[in-house]
Design a protein around this ligand. Structure first.
Ligand code: ADP
Length: 645
């Protein structure tokens, strides 16, 4: 197997992911985005008003200077000091109210926008995931898929909300403050604003040092999560092998690494923030020094403009306003990088073509008689991976393209037929391809060569839904959802009523044990059905199939030993279930094999023998050997020896 599979290739091919995020998901909600941005602008601009008014008031009200404000015509300003005083009071109070109101508007609108996008992306990726082929899930770890739905969508939200809004704030503040200062006194503004390039340099330096630390921190978070996830899902193995201490020490190690990485990031952060504040303080001190001297003794050195006390006060207040928006730059960049990687993963997933899907001409299967035909079927798992767009054009000599077809063939030239109502048993050593053979009939995978047909239709000529409705599947290890027994029986047929559920359970020999449970059909089965035994779980799965009432059955008989009584119950329910239906069964039980209309002996993906029980025994080949081992007449080595040939 290649480390880089075609799914990752899709991710690598996503172009300008954030632009695409905006185009596909942002556009329908552009209204909220615009309101958020507008609110952000107004709130930030309003926050600049108080220091400006304070400066004007100091000059106009308390000293004998003139009361001037940018963008406000002189005619609007009262002539008397008292009038100017009240104007200042109202302006300052009003500015705080406007800032508060628009911060609220911006917060609500920006979050609505970002969270709506997150919600839609999450549901869309889940929906896409539901439609993807089995091959995708064979290849991806649950944790990896979960993290697309959780972390990646969250990163997008952070970016759309925090990063975008903070960059806007940065621009407004830097431009707004510079504008005000230049308007007041461009010469002193040059002195004050020297701190800004220094802050930018400090931020760039911080980012260079912090980036590898962030990368490492993200990796250790991932490690720790994988560790925790594995330990929780493997809790049974951990307990039975007495490895609790070992697991605790592994988690402790991963957690310690995360601690170390986090501390490294924090240490740097706590150097950076105060450093930025020190630069702002320096700017404050220098502005005070130069400006104070200016007010005191006239323009120093090369300077020529007049500077009032009020203007100096506005300058001093404004120097404090640079720090917060600039200190956010590192976060903005971090969130941007995260969001870019996350949206690549999300769109990489969305771009994977679904191979098993309805053809536009697909017909709905109705009144299925149940004739199953396998016609010269070859199958390889790796051939199932969809090619990334430009890989498909590359000649097969290229490693990437060759990969799609060079998977080991698991089934070779499998041909057989089951007439309606017949039972075909598949037997053979582990790994021979029995489960694979059955899964093709449900179109969980598609044959690489040849055709599987139901009632004469190739499986890709009928709708996937109608096919899967017509074919019931009982696997060896029946999965139950956390929920009640009744919910698990009716899963897939949600309109079943209580009577139907009970009848199905009766037919599956499950009614008795369900009735004896504390809450009967309302008993909760626990995650994956852990509160039930394997035999009970299987009978619930059988009941589910009884309810489905499919014309064709695919059974994977459990090998795991259940007690004889349970086995008899299961056997009886399966016999009842398969009585009038075409059945493909991976057979381990002698009774199943004996009564089958056709037995296929599979070895290494090939049908090596076929016939009825008696015919195959007479042949004295692999079947006779397997049978002999089961019946206790031959030693298990007989099979193993054969495998070594
Ligand atoms: P059986 O049911 O007879 O034990 P399987 O059909 O499960 O055999 O497996 C046949 C072969 O296919 C084995 O070599 C197995 O390793 C391989 N195989 C099974 N499932 C997958 C999968 N999802 N992806 C890749 N290879 C698989």
């Amino acid at each position: 197997m290649n480390d880089e599979n075609p799914f990752d290739a899709y991710r690598a091919r996503v172009e300008r992911p954030l632009y695409r995020l905006f185009r596909e998901y942002g556009r329908p909600r552009l209204g909220w985005f615009a309101v958020g941005m507008g609110g952000n602008f107004v709130a930030r601009l309003a926050s600049l008003i108080p220091p400006l008014v304070l400066g004007a008031a100091v000059d106009g009200v308390f000293n004998d200077g003139t009361y001037t404000l940018p963008l406000v015509p002189a005619g609007w300003i009262p002539g008397a000091d008292l009038g100017q005083f009240w104007l200042s009071v109202w302006l300052i109070a009003g500015a705080f109210v406007v800032t508060a109101v628009f911060t609220w508007v911006y917060g609500v609108a920006a979050n609505l926008f970002a969270h709506e996008v997150m919600h839609t992306v999450r549901v869309d990726s889940f929906e896409k995931m539901q439609r993807l082929d089995m091959a995708f899930f064979d290849d991806k770890q649950t944790g990896e898929v979960m993290s697309v739905l959780n972390n990646d969508t969250q990163n997008l939200e952070m970016f759309l909300d925090n990063a975008l809004m903070n960059s806007a704030r940065l621009v407004v503040m830097v431009l707004g403050i510079s504008g005000v200062l230049f308007w007041l006194n461009w010469q002193l503004a040059l002195v004050t604003l020297v701190a800004v390039p220094l802050m930018v340099l400090a931020t760039a330096g911080f980012m260079r040092l912090a980036e590898p630390l962030y990368v490492s921190q993200r990796a250790t978070v991932g490690d720790l999560n994988t560790r925790l996830e594995n330990a929780l899902s493997g809790v049974e193995l951990i307990k039975t092998s007495g490895s609790e201490d070992y697991e605790v020490s592994r988690v402790r190690g991963a957690s310690r690494r995360l601690f170390d990485d986090t501390m490294a990031v924090l240490k740097l952060n706590y150097l950076y923030r105060p450093g930025m504040e020190m630069l702002a303080g320096l700017s404050f001190a220098v502005t005070f020094l130069v400006g104070g001297y200016w007010v005191f003794a006239g323009p120093p050195g090369p300077f020529s403009l007049a500077l009032s006390e009020g203007a100096l006060i506005t300058f001093l207040f404004m120097t404090q306003r640079f720090v917060t928006p600039l200190a956010e730059v590192s976060n903005i960049v971090d969130q941007y990088e995260n969001a870019k990687a996350s949206s690549e993963r999300v769109f990489g997933l969305m771009d994977i073509p679904v191979r098993v899907q309805d053809d536009p001409t697909a017909v709905e299967l109705t009144d299925v008689a149940g004739r199953v035909e396998y016609d010269d079927v070859d199958f390889a798992y790796q051939g199932q991976l969809p090619l990334a767009p430009d890989e498909a054009d590359v000649p097969a000599t290229d490693g990437a393209a060759a990969r799609a077809t060079d998977g080991e063939t698991v089934l070779h030239d499998v041909t057989f037929e089951a007439a309606p109502g017949e039972t075909v048993a598949v037997v053979g050593p582990t790994g021979a391809g029995k489960s694979t053979l059955l899964k093709l009939l449900l179109r969980l995978y598609e044959p690489t060569e040849g055709e599987v047909r139901l009632d004469g239709y190739a499986l890709d000529e009928v709708t996937v839904d109608s096919l899967r409705n017509s074919v019931g599947y009982v696997s060896q290890d029946s999965f139950l959802f956390d929920g009640t027994i009744a919910e698990n029986v009716e899963y897939g047929h949600f309109d079943a009523n209580a009577d139907e559920i009970r009848d199905a359970a009766r037919a599956a020999e499950a009614h008795e044990f369900i009735r004896d449970l504390p809450d009967g059909y309302d008993t909760r089965v626990g995650e994956r059905g852990v509160k039930l035994s394997g035999g009970q779980r299987q009978r619930i799965a059988i009941a589910r199939t009884v309810l489905q009432d499919p014309p064709v059955l695919v059974l994977d008989e459990a090998t795991s030993a259940v007690d004889t009584e349970t086995e008899a119950l299961i056997q009886r329910s399966l016999d009842r279930l398969s009585a009038d239906r075409t059945t493909l069964v991976i057979a381990h039980r002698l009774s199943t094999v004996k009564n089958a209309d056709l037995i296929l002996v599979l070895d290494d993906g090939r049908v090596v023998e076929r016939g009825t029980h008696d015919e195959l025994l007479a042949e004295d080949g692999l079947y006779a050997t397997l049978w002999g081992v089961q019946a206790g007449e031959r030693a298990p080595e007989a099979v193993v020896d054969r495998d070594d040939d």
